[in-house]
Design a protein around this ligand. Sequence first.
Ligand code: MOS
Length: 753
Amino acid sequence: MATQSTVPPRTNGSLPRVDGPLKVSGAAMYSSDYNLAGMLYAVPVCATIASGKITKLDVSRAAAMPGVKAVYHNGNIGKIFRAGPPSGFNGILDEKRPPFEDNVVRYYGQYVAVAVALTFEQATAAANAVVATYEAAPINVSTKFTEAEAVEKPNEDSKRGDPDAAFKTAPVKIDETYGTPTETHNPIELHASVADFDGQNFTLYETTQAVCNSQDVLAQMLGVPIQNVRVISRFLGSGFGGKLWPWPHAMIAAQASRNLGRPVKLVVSRDMMFQNVGHRPRTQQRVRLGATPDGKLVALMHDSLNHTSMLDDYSEGCSEATGYSYSVPNLRATSAIVRRNVGTPTSMRGPGAVPGLFATESAMDELAIALKMDPIQLRLLNEPAIDEDKKLPFSSRHFVECLHVGAEKFGWSRYTPAVGSMKGTGEQSGLTLGWGVAGCSWIAESCESHAMVELLSNGTARVSCATQDIGTGMYTVLSNVVAERMGLPNDRIEVVLGDTNLPLGPISGGSWATASVIPAVLDAANNAIGKLFAIATAGPNAAFVDKEPKDLEFGDGKVRLKDGDTKTAIPFGDILTKASVRSATGNGKGAGSFGAPGRKHSQHSFGAQFVEVTWEPETARLRVARVVTVIDGGRILNPKPARNQIEGAVVMGVGMALFEATRYDARFGVPINNNLADYILTTNADAPNIDVTFLDHPDLVINALGARGVGEIGLAGVAAAIANAVHHATGVRVRELPIRIEDLLGMPAQRLA
Ligand code: MOS
């Protein structure tokens, strides 16, 4: 086990992002920024039915239009193989059907053809000129799920005791059903592929959160050896999970490039992104809680359903946090999927836990009200000593401290539980205040990663890894880690990411990229220093002739004798130059925790969300005014980007609670609000005042750094805390997100489908 002494000092949180200047000056190259010589543009043709068959596809007019090089479809694109099954973090994709594989349409907007032309405008015109004739079949995009229609019998995710019997006899009970809508990832950068086939090798500029997996999947589907595929993703305008795994447009662009022998660019339009590149599926969750009159939980049942597409079995996994959140002797959590005529769902920030905690943490609030008990007190009373699901101790759990610190910062001692009893003062005078609290958690893992660190003869260092920066700050974090280890300023460190030519790196997902890469980078840095010592002591041009590597130490970018005489210190660049060597190169590796056998601990991050809403009954105006969030995320390696992650997640949580929902028209299956005007996202004007606190307790079971990730946990629990605050202000309990003004005015829900 790791010891305290291996924990490196925390990096300087006030350092700005090292990639900031590249981004604000427009020099950062995003996938669709690549314009290659002779490049063609591809525009897909999307099905205008949600279920049925293509009986005829007339491309004759489109193919004859100016500039058009090809119109591909089921009959002429050529063989695209199937990828998978997954092995580790290879071979993963959510929509498994190769594009154009058959003439069956299973969701609105499914690609049925693609036009490739000299210009984007010509390709768009040609795509519009393709005439598809369909034989439509009945569709189902209903948001009402029943267990009877589940694909298979529900999966038992957690089970202990006899929950049915315990619930039956429990003195105080809650039995409610909660719903979260389909949510579409809306990173501002559109999904895109620029594919370049040179006769043997593919170079693919992809919007991907996982270049290594993309390389593997694309190689499998294109039917070529993996070393013939290079995937590049240097900058991403975020992804939120939507860009974790490849989508059909990537294979279409690559195949078109191979067929035509020219580079092909395909940018997925915003409206297509509501159909063809995943979404968080709708969930419907029944939660039953049973408790004693003094607030001890005796039974917890959490049975969830989510929709998936007609072919792929995507499970949201709403029980992710259910089994270990509270101490309760009788528990069952199940999940099942139902089929709908929608595109295949995928991971969205905090998959499973985020919608799951909306349900369970809303139910805990309802239970507190039924018990006439403070909602924080209820949670404190049911704090578990161990993970009762896995029967393992937690690697590090400070949920109680999150609640105490949050209550203190938020001012919870002033809380009065009666609905509408709290009134604003000062700027908030005339408004009713609503206060709500919720707990949150997220998995804490890491995975295998390799890295390379080079000390170069020009006095700079270069660190490289085939992971990505999706906007979370990976460039900055790695620059800081190397800066600290080497004693160099950040402007003498180059960080190279997002290219499968580099050493194997982790997916930018699960909040584990940072914790996965850093051990590999530190190992590589130490190995580079070892190489440098060898170079410094060997051969006639060695800087330290007659010395041995064991006599040397490294600090402030210099090598010196261990005897303490600082006058002997020589900059590493001078040592390499004198020896006529380009670089001292170290390779490093981190094993990661994910999937490791014989796990002795339950590994999670925790947090507490405190929310204040303001409510103006006269005008039905609701705002989230203030959020205090306390995160137990292990040691925080770099506070500035970490805080940035939590703030962004809280803003996303406001959207989840109040705005975001993809609506499918029940008649045609079309996502009708498929644009940034009608799909409402939180804007600056909607963003609350956010106070982020990190407890910063190192989790040394997880890794020597004590660090857990923070990309996702900030979103968990926010929607429940908002719904709880809304109930406190208005007396209306909304169990179906998003919370609409109509709900608060007592108007009947007029939800589509
Ligand atoms: Mo995250 S949903 O694992 O990109």
